[in-house]
Ligand binder design. Structure first.
Ligand code: TXA
Ligand code: MG
Length: 324
C-alpha cells in the first residue's frame, strides 16, 4: 500500500506530478474525456504498474499521450489522412492508431507487442502542461479498476485506486465524460475502432467519405488469435508450463532457480529472477521477440503464477501458444 497524494492544479502540483512520472511512478490526471492513469510509456516497468493497479487481466494496447503533434510524429508514422485528422482534431478527444516510427520510444508493453501505436494529444490544459513538463509519451488508460466505470473526477479515481497509485492531479470534473474516438490509419483506409468524444460525422466531413468500422473487438480482446496474427505472433511454437527445457529450445523462465536443461537451450531469458510479476510483465513482449529472433523452433515457457499480473501474463502466453 502506498500513500496516494492529491496534487493541486498549480505549478507545484504539476512539477510534483511530472517528477513522479519521470521517476517511473503512477499519476492519475484529468483529460477532457476522463481521468487517465498515467505512466512513462517508454518505461515498461512503469507501464506494468498500470496493469497491476487496475488489476487488468489482459494486456490491451494503451494510448500514449503527447503534448503536441510534433511530439506524436516522433512516435508514429502519419499518412496524409492521419495528418489531416491530427491537424483538425488535436488537441482534443481523438486517438490515432498509426504504424510505429523508427524513432518510437513507446515500450512494447504499452503497445501490447503490436507494430502500431495509439497516440493522443489531449486538450485539457492541465494534461497539456503535465505532458509538456514530463517530456515523454505518457501511457494512460482510464483511471479506474478493471471492470468499473471510468472516472470523471479525482474523487472517483481515489475511490478506486487510493493506496494503489502515487498521486492524482486534481483538475475538477472532466468535460467530455466519454473516452476519445479511436481511428486507425494503418493501410491507407481510416477505420473507426471506438466511437467517442469526436463524432463520426465530424471525421467523415473532414475526410470526405464514410468511415469504415475497424476491428472493434480490438478494445475487448486485442490479442485474440487472428487479430494479433497479422501484427505480431511469435514465429516459434510456444510450449507452456515447461518444467524442463529440451535441447535447442529457447527458454523463457520466471523466478530464481533456472530450469532443468536450460544449459542446452538455444537462448534463455528470465522474465524476473526475483519472481516479481510487475518486472516480468514489463519484459514479456520484448523477451518473446528476442527469443523468437534466436531462430529456435519452440519457445518453452516456465510456470508463472496466476496471481496479480500473472493472470495477464498467462493470458497473453496462452494466446501465443494457441495461435496455430
Ligand atoms: O479518452 C481516452 O481515450 C482515455 C483518456 C485517459 O485518454 N484513455 C483511454 O485509454 O480510454 P484506454 O487504454 O482505455 O484505451 C485503449 C484502447 C485499446 O483498448 C484499443 O482499443 C486502442 O485504445 N488502441 C491503443 N493502441 C492501439 C493499437 N496499437 N492498435 C489498436 N488499438 C489500439
Ligand atoms: Mg477504460
Amino acid at each position: 500500500m502506498r500513500q496516494t497524494e492529491r496534487l493541486a492544479a498549480d505549478a507545484a502540483g504539476l512539477a510534483r506530478a511530472a517528477d513522479i512520472l519521470r521517476g517511473g511512478g503512477l499519476v492519475a490526471f484529468p483529460t477532457e474525456t476522463v481521468y487517465g492513469l498515467g505512466a512513462d510509456a517508454t518505461d515498461a516497468e512503469a507501464v506494468a504498474g498500470i496493469y497491476a493497479a487496475k488489476e487488468r487481466p489482459s494486456f490491451n494496447p494503451l494510448i500514449s499521450h503527447l503534448d503536441s503533434f510534433e511530439s506524436a510524429r516522433v512516435q508514429g508514422l502519419f499518412d496524409e489522412t492521419a495528418t489531416r485528422l491530427a491537424q483538425a482534431f488535436w488537441p482534443g478527444p481523438l486517438t490515432l492508431v498509426v504504424p510505429v516510427a523508427p524513432t518510437c520510444t513507446v515500450s512494447d508493453l504499452a503497445r501490447a507487442g503490436l507494430d502500431s501505436v495509439g497516440l493522443r494529444v489531449p486538450a485539457h490544459p492541465l494534461a497539456h502542461a503535465l505532458l509538456e513538463r514530463t517530456g515523454r509519451p505518457v501511457a494512460a488508460p482510464s483511471a479506474n479498476r478493471s471492470g468499473r466505470i471510468s472516472p470523471t473526477d479525482a474523487d472517483h479515481v481515489l475511490g478506486d485506486l487510493d493506496g494503489r497509485i502515487d498521486a492524482v492531479l486534481d483538475g475538477g470534473a472532466a468535460q467530455v465524460g466519454v473516452e476519445s474516438t479511436i481511428v486507425s490509419c494503418l493501410d491507407g483506409t481510416p477505420r473507426l475502432l471506438r466511437p467517442g468524444g469526436i463524432p463520426r460525422e465530424a471525421i467523415e466531413a473532414l475526410i470526405g467519405k464514410k468511415l469504415e468500422m475497424g476491428a472493434e473487438t480490438l478494445g475487448a480482446s486485442p490479442l485474440a488469435p487472428g487479430m494479433l496474427a497479422s501484427h505480431y505472433a511469435p514465429r516459434a511454437q510456444v510450449r507452456l508450463n515447461a518444467t524442463g527445457i529440451r535441447p535447442g529450445e529457447a527458454a523463457l523462465l520466471f523466478g530464481p532457480g533456472g530450469a532443468q536443461g536450460a544449459e542446452t537451450a538455444r537462448a534463455t531469458l528470465n522474465l524476473s529472477e526475483n519472481g516479481d510479476l510487475v518486472e516480468a510483465a514489463a519484459h514479456l513482449f520484448s523477451y518473446l521477440r528476442q527469443l523468437d529472433a534466436s531462430g529456435a523452433a519452440t519457445i518453452a515457457v516456465g510456470p508463472i503464477p496466476e496471481t496479480g499480473l500473472g493472470e495477464a501474463i498467462n493470458d497473453r502466453l496462452r494466446r501465443a501458444a494457441a495461435e496455430r
